[in-house]
Design a protein around this ligand. Structure first.
Ligand SMILES: Nc1nc2c(ncn2[C@@H]2O[C@H](COP(=O)(O)OP(=O)(O)OP(=O)(O)O)[C@@H](O)[C@H]2O)c(=O)[nH]1
Length: 202
């Protein structure tokens, strides 16, 4: 199974830090993720060559369309694999392989162009979703229109399936996979959760 970890953000809400280099319980978030997905084909999607220099021992690709945000990262991932790929953000340190595996296999089974988890309150998880290269022409239209929202090309595409996150509780009881670190408060909470998990031997 194919996985792309987008790392090209600027981490502005955290004061402009490289989120992939953040440490939780003494380990870099990028190392936590690559270890969790060690049985997958993994690529790290960087914003530019300079950022690529931060990553060693893992396959990296650089956005061809620069400064376009996560949508450019999704496009780079599709271009790299030329096949179905699960795309995740680098600020999701507790992502479980079983959760993304379930999404990936579901997407394959129904031949979805996009399979995207949603919450019953109406939120979506575009950066824990599975995309197929069929979406690329719609993303290209977004580039032309300077339309940065991930959902814009997604909702123009055919065979888009929304996956109720509640159905993933059978694999990930607290849906911790979807926790992401955007602010200093989130980072503090992530450290607490990480220590708790270590003490519980998870
Ligand atoms: N490859 C690539 N990834 C990106 C780009 N912009 C954002 N990302 C990644 O997409 C995910 C979501 O990013 P955002 O929430 O938009 O930005 P952020 O850097 O995480 O945080 P803020 O700057 O505080 O919004 C993160 O994993 C980012 O690293 C980009 O231009 N290219």
């Amino acid at each position: 199974m194919n996985l792309a970890i987008l790392v090209g953000g600027r981490g502005r809400r955290l004061g402009g830090i490289e989120k992939s280099q953040l440490r939780l319980c003494g380990r870099k978030v990028i190392d936590i993720l690559t270890e969790e997905f060690s049985s997958w084909n993994v690529v790290v999607v960087c914003r530019d060559q300079e950022q690529k220099g931060l990553f060693e021992g893992v396959e990296c690709v650089v956005d061809r369309v620069e400064n376009f945000g996560p949508l450019a990262g999704i496009y780079s991932a599709l271009e790299f694999f030329g096949d179905r790929v699960a795309v995740v953000a680098t600020d999701m340190p507790f992502l479980r392989e079983e959760v993304v595996g379930e999404l990936f296999r579901s997407s394959e089974k129904i031949n979805a162009s996009v399979l995207m988890p949603y919450w019953r309150d109406g939120r979506f998880e575009p950066l824990a979703s599975v995309y197929s290269p069929e979406l690329m022409p719609e993303i290209e239209k977004s580039f032309e229109r300077n339309e940065r929202k991930i959902l814009a090309p997604v909702f123009r595409a055919e065979r888009v399936f929304l996956y109720d996150v509640e159905c993933l509780r059978k694999i990930d009881k607290n849906l911790i996979s979807f926790f992401n670190i955007n602010t200093a408060e989130d980072l503090k909470r992530a450290e607490e959760l990480c220590s708790l998990m270590l003490s519980e031997g998870e």
